[in-house]
Design a protein around this ligand. Structure first.
Ligand code: TYD
Length: 211
């Protein structure tokens, strides 16, 4: 059986890292083998790109340079990590994927959504997530969780982060089968339980017998 790609998306401070960790533990307890990874920075090249993109003090990175750096990170990640792990039958838990580019560079920076869609197609070679969770946290609450050591994107003004949030709302309103919104203002354990509930159903649909 080929694996499944499960993506976690959202604005800053939504708790993706915590939820990916909790989900990995839970799936491991069920005997399901899991790979965790992230964008940007899921490959050695991606780590370098991540540093370039996010370091707070930078040479000028324009919106289109930023877009292309994220796309380069994604192309390397898909080729070197995602395809390999999925064809080995793994469940891959990925911190951010194509919807981040639509929300941040599209809605946040105002770049053309059609061009972003084409670029995502080039970077992924058409590889789509099987399931994407949006950990939806209020913008102010999320940013207040990230007060210290903010990176370049986190330092953007509140209006930028509101546009990103609006972008996610729009993306997730278009599809409710493989895109699921989770209220991430709740306690992490409550959020985890909700994700578990949804994933149990999905795993059964996907033919995982040990669930
Ligand atoms: P993330 O790793 O989630 O940050 P952290 O782990 O520090 O919370 O994401 C890094 C930043 O990159 C985040 O601000 C969102 C941004 N980003 C984009 O703008 N476009 C993209 O395509 C991706 C993948 C991330």
């Amino acid at each position: 059986m080929s694996g499944k790609l499960i993506v976690f998306e959202g604005c800053e401070g939504g708790g993706k890292t915590t939820q990916i960790h909790l989900l990995k533990e839970w799936l491991n307890q069920k005997g399901i083998s899991v790979t965790t990874t992230k964008e940007p920075g899921g490959t050695p090249l991606g780590q370098k790109l991540r540093h370039l993109i996010l370091a707070p003090k930078q040479e000028l990175i324009t919106a289109s340079v930023e877009l292309l750096l994220y796309a380069a990170d994604r192309a390397a990640h898909v080729e070197q990590v995602l395809r390999k792990e999925l064809s080995a039958g793994k469940i891959v838990l990925c911190d951010r994927y194509v919807d981040s580019t639509v929300a941040y560079q599209g809605y946040g920076r105002g770049l053309d959504l059609n061009l972003i869609s084409q670029l995502n197609q080039i970077a992924t070679g058409g590889l789509q997530a099987d399931l994407t969770f949006w950990l939806d946290v209020d913008v102010e609450v999320g940013l207040s969780r990230k007060r210290l050591n903010r990176d370049r994107l986190e330092q953007e003004d509140i209006a930028f982060h509101r546009r990103v949030h609006f972008g996610y709302a729009h993306i997730f309103a278009q599809d409710n089968k493989s895109h699921i919104r989770i209220d991430a203002n709740n306690h992490p354990e409550t959020v985890h339980k909700e994700i578990q509930k949804i994933l149990l159903l999905k795993l059964q649909q996907w033919g995982y017998k040990q669930i």
